[in-house]
Write a protein that binds this ligand. Structure first.
Ligand code: ZN
Length: 313
């Protein structure tokens, strides 16, 4: 077993309050961690997910209030999708409309139906109704029978889908399960209980290159069961000529990063130690958490960070 699927997806936002209101409010995800960008402690890093902060449910944001809009394009993630229970489409259409979010059902090559919307920064978010939802722990903001069940997957727009498909199949253990109109769907070899198993690769040979900014995905992270599994994957990447970073301590997981041949930044993140390492499960997301080396600057950091109102459940 190499990876069982997505661990998290990290995207860029602008206004932190608008970002919170959309993901914790409209989509009803739990804010499972409120910390800072370790490389830029004057700005937040928000983690949204299921009630337990399970890998495969976590969408994270760097909300930079003055971030300029990015541009989706080749070499980037196109859309990020969450799984919802089958027969929840009308619930979600009504809920989103009530909250001023315009969403529409779109045609899909691989799924029966997809409910698509843009977040306040223009990030493409899909809800995919499915009978095969994963065993995640829903947060109380949405009735249990309709709540988001973690990621369905992501899609990426690529000049050529084949080199990326090669890395996913030969080094990360994905298998190709469908192909239509030049698009390829890959699936992690994991049980249906695990969220975030799909990666769709979309050919866009003449598409303009994407550029980073608010409304674009910065990177996607795949799960490694533990540090040993991560080290094995890293060894394989390096032996195939990919430049993988050293292991970085992200407090809630350990990470390595590499750029796949199509241009998307990939990360391998460990399941351990998880989000309940520095606050209890009940408290997740309630307090500003800082890594130990920033604690001495807590007052100053708290003063610089934009003021926000937390979702109240
Ligand atoms: Zn990451």
């Amino acid at each position: 077993m190499k990876t069982t699927g997505l661990h998290h997806v990290t995207a860029i936002a602008s206004d932190p309050q608008r970002n919170l209101d959309f993901y914790a409010g409209a989509l009803g995800l739990r804010l499972v961690k409120r910390t800072v960008n370790f490389d830029d402690p004057g700005s937040y890093h928000f983690y949204f997910g299921d009630a337990a902060g399970s890998p495969g449910t976590i969408l994270t944001f760097f909300p930079w209030p003055y971030a300029r809009r990015g541009q989706r394009g080749s070499g980037e993630v196109e859309s990020t999708s969450f799984a919802i229970p089958a027969n929840s489409t009308s619930y979600w259409l009504a809920r989103l409309k009530e909250r001023g979010v315009s969403a529409k059902t779109i045609a899909s090559d691989f799924d029966h139906e997809v409910l698509r919307m843009e977040d306040p920064d223009g990030t493409l978010i899909d809800l995919v109704p499915t009978h095969h939802t994963a065993a995640t722990e829903s947060w109380a903001a949405v009735p249990e029978e309709h709540a988001i069940r973690g990621f369905h997957g992501v899609s990426a727009l690529l000049d050529d889908v084949h080199p990326t498909a090669g890395v996913l199949t030969s080094l990360l253990g994905y298998e190709q399960v469908a192909e239509k109109n030049g698009k390829v769907r890959l699936q992690a070899r994991s049980t249906t209980d695990i969220p975030g198993r799909y990666i769709d690769l979309i050919p866009g040979p003449n598409a303009p290159l994407g550029h980073m900014g608010a409304g674009t995905v910065h990177h996607i992270a795949f799960r490694a069961a533990n540090d040993e599994a991560q080290a094995r994957i890293r060894g394989e990447l390096v032996s195939h000529g990919l430049q993988a970073s050293p292991v970085m301590d992200r407090s809630y997981f350990h990470s390595i990063y590499f750029r796949e041949p199509g241009g998307v930044l990939f990360e391998i993140a460990t399941d351990n130690p998880g989000f309940a390492t520095d606050e209890s499960r009940e408290e997740l997301g309630q307090n500003l958490r800082l890594p130990p080396w920033m604690e001495k600057s807590r007052d100053r950091i708290a003063e610089i960070l934009p003021k926000i109102t937390l979702p109240n459940h």
